[in-house]
Design a protein around this ligand. Structure first.
Ligand code: ADP
Ligand code: MG
Length: 733
């Protein structure tokens, strides 16, 4: 143990943060608030909280100190706490613990707790002064996540009530001044780092160097195929994306004239809407054949494209061979054994390849990386306040993110970074990413403000680091009133109080609450989980008809949501017979999405149990004999006011919403195959605006269901309404 221990001390001492130990501790003792910036991997997250803990112990205050360190993601809270406990030679749950949604390890003697920002916000619900807490460390503030910006407003108020409380903010970029002036000009410490030079290759350099040819077809793969198909067939593209023009203009201006004609030809075929899996595979081969040793980190957009690429690489003779390559995924929903593998050193002669989301940009440092492949995109919620249309789509990253990604290649030796887009596109990137509070719907945030008793929503938000537009705030409040979470005076209703305790979109929470009470929780768990993951129904371009026919087998009643419920029931049965692969293949279902639905169902169930709405087993809450009309009503209750009217004409029908006028259906909706819909309304989950407004996943409902389950019914007391609903239901059934 002592050899191990000595090595640990050595490796801690070698981190740049260690050299700043004394100045950090001194600054903390002299200021109530300090901001620490330092490059990813310099030791902020693992070391600074330990410095504080150690110095409190040295000063004989160990028994009284209580340090909370927040992380934007659960995965980093878990992995960091494990690491810090290990560095201290302890088990998790002794002096170091963690707490994330639904999980945690902490003991009586835990003095340093890593938690998600959401967990600290929920603690503030019951303990607004954070009694007994001596230090709050807010990590990764440069990301400007909604929860972190929100927490900073609250902490700013709290500091005057708790003058002895210390606040430490940590950032991986050099934006410390912004935060320092928000807190009235506080101490700032920068930890200088060291990295090796990284050589950048943009798309044109890659093509020129390797001779790889892009054609309109070789950028298409299972995953990209689906997306391209969606772009081409479902969304009429009158205009090309801005990004495509940037490259076209450069080509026209002969800016690539010193490049070979083949390279120029290839660039003109580049499809900015696709992540070229084939190109990634080619570059991986190129590195393995020519490059020096070192890990490869591939930045992708999310769990879905990561698992698709992983499946593709697993059947490759090199990448699928564990004696040559350690192939890993790194994203927010990975299992904890997979997390541990990411930090593990591969056997000699084995190269580590990690397919990661932007989690690996700043929150998780993978040690031995020397090569980075950057697809240039990340998934983020973008939000248009005017149209109230949120959507989670991959979008181009900022220059700062691209530089962060590149920097990951230079930690251990001079590195290389392959950007899968031309330099001209990089030049067109925004300098910084907009803070989340300015680009996402504010409904959940508004509920939290209300449940924390923070007064007027708009007054409160005007005190943010950067305040959202008034229009966006008004839209959110209006929505919460319509769904019955707030009353006319902006007070939280009973439903609103329940919703604020459920860390999920209000519409999902609403659906689950009523599903639990009305005894159809089982199908509603599937619907709510299905709305949270990538569409499990696949539509490959060359098998479109077969795929759509497969989906329509699950549907008899004009509902995509109920089609999913049946598809999931079949999947469960196939699981018992160990036949899920066959089942998914035959029915064009994404096996990853089905698995994700399965695990989200369990998570939602535990959350409902936590707030005391249910106990026991979900089967109990499934009404006998599959009452689909009841399920349909609960779906309507959740999705309202996402509703459009069905207008029939001679041969088919058209759809209208109040705000948008005519709207269209995604072509893989079961309702898009119909010529007639025997109901007057469709409720839908999501609107996406691209030239026209498209609806994704819809369920047809009748007048009576809409009247009974449309939002306004839940105003006031939830119990009273449920009694009333019960009465109506008996009457109607
Ligand atoms: P920062 O927060 O400044 O980005 P960290 O404190 O997270 O840096 O990491 C400091 C160092 O500790 C890095 O070199 C990182 O690779 C290493 N490290 C962090 N977590 C682990 C872990 N779970 N296993 C092994 N090494 C780790
Ligand atoms: Mg960190």
């Amino acid at each position: 143990a002592s050899v191990e221990g000595r090595r640990m001390v050595e490796s801690r001492r070698s981190l740049p943060a260690f050299k700043q130990r004394d100045s950090v501790l001194k600054a903390i003792s002299q200021n109530q608030v300090i901001v620490i910036s330092g490059e990813t991997g310099c030791g902020k997250t693992t070391q600074i909280p330990q410095f504080i803990l150690e110095s409190e112990i040295e000063a004989n205050r160990g028994a009284f100190c209580n340090i909370i360190c927040t992380q934007p993601r659960r995965i980093s809270a878990m992995s960091v706490s494990e690491r810090v406990a290990y560095e201290r030679g302890e088990q998790l749950g002794e002096s170091v613990g963690y707490k994330v949604r639904l999980e945690g390890v902490r003991g009586r003697d835990t003095r340093l707790l890593f938690c998600t920002t959401g967990v600290l916000l929920r603690r503030l619900l019951v303990d607004r002064n954070l009694r007994g807490v001596t230090h709050v460390i807010v990590d990764e503030i440069h990301e400007r996540g909604m929860n972190e910006d929100f927490l900073l407003i609250i902490l700013k108020d709290l500091l005057s009530r708790r003058p002895e409380l210390k606040l430490i903010l940590m950032s991986a970029t050099l934006d410390a001044q912004l935060f320092s002036s928000y807190f009235g000009g506080t101490g700032v410490i920068h930890i200088p780092g060291f990295t090796y030079p990284v050589r950048s290759y943009f798309l044109e350099d890659i093509l020129e160097m390797t001779g790889y040819r892009l054609t309109p077809y070789n950028q298409i793969d299972d995953y990209g195929q689906e997306r391209t198909w969606k772009m081409n067939k479902q969304i009429p593209r009158k205009r090309k994306s801005q990004i495509a023009f940037v490259v076209e203009d450069a080509l026209r201006a002969a800016d690539f004239k010193e490049f070979r004609p083949e390279t120029q030809e290839s660039l003109s075929c580049w499809n900015p809407d696709c992540i070229g899996f084939n190109l990634i595979e080619f570059i991986l081969c190129h590195i393995c054949e020519n490059g020096s040793p070192g890990g490869i980190l591939v930045f992708m957009t999310g769990w879905d494209d990561i698992s698709s690429l992983k499946e593709k690489l697993q059947i490759h003779p090199i990448f699928g061979n564990p004696d040559r390559v350690m192939l890993l995924a790194c994203h927010g929903s990975m299992a904890s054994f997979e997390q541990r593998l990411i930090f593990e050193e591969p056997a000699s002669g084995v190269r580590k390849i990690v397919l990661a989301t932007n989690i690996a940009e700043t929150s998780i440092t993978i040690n031995d990386v020397a090569f980075v492949i950057d697809c240039g995109k990340a998934k983020e919620t973008s939000y248009d306040a005017l149209n109230n249309t949120p959507c989670l789509l991959p979008s181009w990253i900022s220059k700062v993110s691209a530089q962060q990604r590149r920097g990951r290649a230079g930690r251990v030796q001079p590195g290389q970074c392959y950007h899968l887009y031309p330099k001209y596109v990089y030049d067109a990137f925004a300098e910084y990413q907009l803070p989340e509070i300015l680009r996402t719907p504010l409904q959940s945030l508004c509920l939290q403000i209300k449940s924390l008793n923070l007064g007027s929503i708009s007054e409160f938000l005007s005190r943010a680091l950067q305040s959202p537009e008034l229009l966006a705030v008004q839209k959110a409040i209006e929505y919460l009133k319509i769904i019955g979470a707030l009353d006319e005076n902006e007070y939280l209703t009973t439903l609103g109080r329940y919703l604020s305790k459920l860390p999920m979109e209000p519409k999902l929470g609403k659906m689950l609450i009523l599903g639990a009470i009305l005894g159809c929780l089982d199908p509603i768990l599937t619907v709510a989980a299905g709305l949270s993951v990538r569409d499990p129904f696949l539509t490959p371009v060359d098998k479109k008809d077969l795929a759509e026919a497969a989906k329509s087998q699950f549907s008899r009643d004009n509902s995509d949501h109920l089609a999913l419920v049946r598809a999931y029931e079949g999947w469960k049965k196939a699981e018992v017979e160990s036949a899920v692969y066959d089942y998914c293949w035959k029915n064009f279902l994404s096996i990853q999405s089905m698995r994700a639905i399965d695990s989200l169902r369990k998570e939602f169930f535990s959350l409902l149990k936590n707030i005391g709405l249910i106990d026991g087993n979900p089967a109990i809450y499934n009404s006998e004999g599959n009452d689909e009309n009841l399920t349909r009503a609960v779906i309507c209750y959740g999705l309202y006011p996402g509703i459009c009217s069905v207008v029939h004409n001679e041969r088919s029908f058209s759809l209208k919403t109040m705000e948008d006028g005519q709207v269209l259906l995604y072509s893989n909706s079961v309702n898009a195959r119909e010529t007639k819909i025997p109901y007057p309304w469709l409720v839908f989950n999501e609107k996406i605006k691209v030239n026209s407004v498209f609806l994704r996943d819809s369920t047809a409902v009748s007048d009576s269901v809409l009247i009974l389950f449309g939002g306004s019914i839940s105003k006031g007391n939830i119990d009273g309404h449920l009694k009333m609903l019960g009465g109506y239901l008996e009457f109607f059934m």
